[in-house]
Design a protein around this ligand. Structure first.
Ligand code: MG
Length: 295
């Protein structure tokens, strides 16, 4: 066999090996079925160090990691090193910026713009789906009033920020919260409409099962995010602890059905505490949501 025919047969052989398992075992339609991709914030997994937590996550099929955004740019190298060779990707980045986008005070707004852009650039380096943000918490004052003009201002500012994020291969993700934390933005559909109105492909939205007590229906709420929905937070539904620790209230099946039907490809990320020992409560929560995803 000469070199050319050897290469040719090797390539054909490699291609056959690469394609055969998925095609033969799952078939074409099965491959399109969205999978439940689970992510953890840093405090969720048992373990003293981040490396121990990643070991635990890998052993339990958790493939996403959601770090906080505070000074993220200083930790890019550390995260890259710790995740190298693992089956774990950075999912979203949880906030961590200074100031807020609807600040009346120009210095506070500037502080948001500068810190948020540094986090967004670092998020892009880490291959993150996006940086989560809230336009204004109730306690953040002085804040622009809740008026039509403020919404137009928000859309214009987010358009610029979204374009910057898109240049860095990532997004900014609007997170609606319950009224006690952030009256300004409470529902998934409203966040999606703001994202749409920016006209920027770098502005997206998310749903948080705990905050979604604002919504009449999980199924309708997640569908209202449409193509703008690129991240999900999950916690128990009464006390924001591990899914399952609030008993029968922790029913995510209608929301999961919406995500499956929407062909949702993002992560479902744990953002919660734990009443019990994490060695027991975290595996129990994983089993619960995997069972409920399966329907
Ligand atoms: Mg959340």
């Amino acid at each position: 066999m000469n070199r050319r025919s050897f290469l040719k047969s090797s390539i054909v052989g490699a291609a056959a090996v690469a394609v055969a398992p998925t095609e033969l075992v799952f078939g074409k339609s099965k491959r399109k079925e969205p999978q439940l991709r689970i992510s953890f914030q840093e405090g969720i997994a048992p373990g003293k160090t981040l490396a121990e937590k990643f070991d635990w996550m890998e052993a339990h099929g958790v493939t996403g990691f959601e770090p906080g955004g505070h000074k993220l740019w200083e930790r890019v190298d550390e995260y890259k090193r710790l995740l190298n060779g693992r089956n774990i990707a950075v999912s979203a980045i949880c906030a961590g910026f200074e100031g807020f986008i609807l600040a009346e005070d120009a210095a506070v707004k500037r502080s948001f713009d500068e810190s948020m852009r540094r986090i967004v650039a670092a998020a892009g380096e880490l291959g993150s789906v996006g940086v989560i943000m809230v336009p204004a918490f109730n306690g953040q004052k002085p804040c622009k009033p809740h008026t039509l003009e403020t919404r137009e201002f928000l859309v214009e500012e987010l358009a610029k920020l979204g374009d910057y994020a898109a240049e860095h291969g990532t997004t900014v993700i609007l997170e609606p919260l319950n009224r006690r934390e952030a009256f300004y933005l409470r529902q998934v559909g409203d966040a999606a409409a703001i994202a749409r109105d920016t006209g920027s492909r770098g502005v997206m939205c998310m749903g948080d099962f705990w905050h979604m007590s604002e919504e009449v229906c999980d199924y309708g709420a997640l569908w209202s995010g449409g193509d703008y929905l690129n991240h999900i937070h999950i916690a128990s539904r009464g006390n924001r602890v591990m899914p399952g620790e609030d008993g029968a209230a922790d029913d995510y099946r209608k929301g999961f059905r919406a995500l499956r039907e929407m062909n949702y490809r993002g992560f479902v990320s744990f953002e919660c505490g734990s009443k019990g020992d994490r060695e027991q409560t975290v595996p129990a929560a994983l089993k619960l949501i995997r069972d409920q995803w399966a329907g």
